[in-house]
Design a protein around this ligand. Structure first.
Ligand SMILES: Nc1ncnc2c1ncn2[C@@H]1O[C@H](COP(=O)(O)OP(=O)(O)OP(=O)(O)O)[C@@H](O)[C@H]1O
Ligand SMILES: [Mg+2]
Length: 228
């Protein structure tokens, strides 16, 4: 059974009298342990697809299954649980909380999940060390480099041990050397720990290096799926 399956998934945005078919009948399957990249031009629907899978948005048509459970039709509460426990998300702009230090940012999902305090601390320290930032516990986001910020965001996304990591252009704000380092981290988590990764990227060359599957989007439609 695929961990993620979409069937004719569509998302239309209506603004006044303008309709945008951001995603148009997309059917995909992602299996546990796969590294899958989504590529396509700006506006092709990549973030729309990620946000639907992440439970941040709901489709106008079609179905999404996560681990066999249908996401569309879930109550708001069920969707909130999906976002908190089933998936971890990272973004181009890191989205760290500026008034919380690195360790506190990583701890936040554990606090929201109601994990006991002593376990929160232990887990957050484990996570910050996993991403190689043991000397940065007390640094605030403004005191971290872009690459370090994204590593904190990865650690935070993995705090509640999600089944899938969703990464929407995780290297979009990073230079090429730092980008490689972040992709290396994601690839390491995939190969070493079997983490399923779904990543949006503009960089086809990098996608080809690390992915088991590449999904190409154009104008909201899947135009090609390359499998290794
Ligand atoms: N909330 C929204 N309301 C109206 N239209 C939207 C909304 N979000 C996205 N769109 C439209 O849907 C289309 C797809 O947007 P999406 O963000 O999925 O593209 P993308 O492939 O992620 O692009 P980029 O590479 O620039 O991030 C775009 O044409 C966009 O204008
Ligand atoms: Mg996008």
């Amino acid at each position: 059974m695929p961990i993620i399956k979409t069937i004719n998934l569509s998302r239309t945005y209506s603004k006044k009298d303008i309709e945008v078919n951001a995603l148009n009948s997309a059917s995909i399957e992602i299996h546990e342990g796969e590294f899958v990249s989504i590529v396509g031009k700006s506006g092709s629907g990549k973030s729309t697809l990620m946000n639907l899978i992440g439970g941040l948005d709901t489709p106008t048509q079609g179905e999404i299954f996560f681990n066999g459970e249908k996401l569309n039709g879930m109550t708001r509460k069920q969707l909130a649980l999906h976002r908190r426990f089933s998936v971890g998300m990272i973004f181009q702009s890191f989205n760290l909380i500026p008034t919380r230090n690195a360790l506190e940012n990583i701890k936040l999902p554990l606090i929201l999940a109601g994990i006991p305090r002593n376990i929160q601390n232990k887990k957050a320290i484990e996570l910050i060390e996993m991403v190689g930032l043991s000397g940065r516990h007390k640094h605030y986001p403004g005191e971290l480099s872009g690459g370090e910020s994204q590593r904190v965001a990865i650690a935070r996304a993995l705090a509640n041990s999600p089944k899938v990591l969703l990464a929407d252009e995780p290297t979009g704000n990073l230079d090429s050397v730092t980008s490689e380092e972040i992709i290396g981290h994601l690839s390491g988590l995939n190969r070493g720990k079997g983490l399923t990764v779904l990543m949006v990227t503009h960089d086809l060359e990098t996608a080809e290096k690390v992915s088991d599957k590449i999904i190409q989007l154009a104008d909201g439609k899947i135009v090609n799926i390359l499998t290794k």
